[in-house]
Design a protein around this ligand. Structure first.
Ligand SMILES: Nc1ncnc2c1ncn2[C@@H]1O[C@H](COP(=O)(O)OP(=O)(O)OP(=O)(O)O)[C@@H](O)[C@H]1O
Ligand SMILES: Cc1ncsc1CCO
Length: 279
């Protein structure tokens, strides 16, 4: 089976098995993340009370931890859920949202990495660089201008993705005009997507939630690539629909969810623009 066929199969299996995905995530994009997981056919549960988090993780098939707009209470829920995920052996997807501008989040990332291992870290490239260097890399949740992954910087930026994968023993996935995914041994460049994805908040968080859903039924590398491909291809479809109607971000937001809930395995395989490089 080639890679496109295995991605298509992953999506088909996901829709058949409807895995439970426990997400502890920021309140800015929590609703979009739940809808993105549902659109793929998985079942989201967004439980964040520290006293129930571990038990809920115990029933889930994947755990998504997103550090955006972090609170003391969500930090405690994440500690307990990360422990529970380690015990049952389910995959953890970590989105270090805002880690590029927050020493608190960098310290917390290190603490979490000591509690459990991550299957996938999905981030923008400023966030990945902050995890690797331990330094501040930007002033907010968006990628810094110098870190942006474009068609011309992708080969250079791959360095941080590969380094993050090797350092944290996981699959690292960085988003931008080109998405880069690496397991430390191979590196994949996905050029699907549309700039409109950067014009509504939370598409990175949604990508991480999708990676959680994909991880529940697949290997981390395949799951990370499938999640990035889904967001990129559905973003293209939603942007085409939005432009055809002469509309803006509000329409794009709804069209993105339409595309995620209707994309077929065949359309995923047919529209994929991906190339690989071995290291
Ligand atoms: N210029 C662009 N062209 C095409 N796709 C893009 C572009 N910018 C972002 N994307 C896509 O948007 C999605 C989110 O990527 P982004 O880098 O904005 O994540 P993020 O910073 O973590 O997002 P957020 O913090 O809003 O959740 C990815 O699927 C990425 O491929
Ligand atoms: C805007 C924002 N602030 C914290 S998380 C988040 C959603 C996109 O990361």
């Amino acid at each position: 089976m080639n890679q496109m066929e295995s991605m298509a199969l992953l999506l088909k299996n996901l829709r058949q098995t409807a895995p439970l995905i426990h997400c502890i995530t920021n309140h800015i994009s929590i609703n979009d993340c739940a809808n993105a997981v549902l659109a793929l056919g998985a079942r989201p549960i967004m439980a964040e009370h520290p006293d129930e988090a571990a038990e809920i993780t115990g029933h889930a098939q994947a755990l998504v931890l997103n550090l955006g707009n972090i609170s003391a209470s969500r930090m405690e829920a994440m500690r307990r859920s990360a422990c529970a995920a380690g015990k049952t052996g389910i995959p953890i997807v970590l989105d270090p949202a805002g880690v590029g501008c927050s020493p608190l989040r960098r310290a917390f990332f290190a603490e979490l990495a000591g509690i459990a291992s991550f299957s996938i870290i999905r981030a923008n490239s400023s966030e990945l660089r902050a995890l690797c260097s331990g330094d501040s890399t930007t002033d907010g949740v968006d990628v810094a201008a110098d870190d942006k992954i474009t068609r011309s910087t992708a080969k250079q930026q791959a360095r941080w993705v590969v380094e993050a994968a090797r350092r944290f023993h996981c699959v690292a996935s960085a988003s931008g005009e080109v998405d880069i995914v690496s397991d430390g041994q191979s590196c994949w460049f996905l050029s699907n997507g549309d700039p409109m994805l950067g014009q509504i908040t939370g598409t990175g968080c949604m990508s991480s939630a999708l990676a959680g859903a994909c991880c529940a039924g697949g290997q981390p590398l395949e799951a990370a690539v499938t999640a990035a491909a889904l967001m990129g291809i559905c973003g293209e479809q939603a942007a085409a629909e939005t432009r055809a109607r002469g509309r803006g971000s509000g329409t794009f937001h709804a069209a993105l969810l339409d595309a995620l809930s209707t994309i077929s395995s065949e359309a995923l395989a047919q529209n994929l623009h991906m190339e690989g490089a071995s290291l």
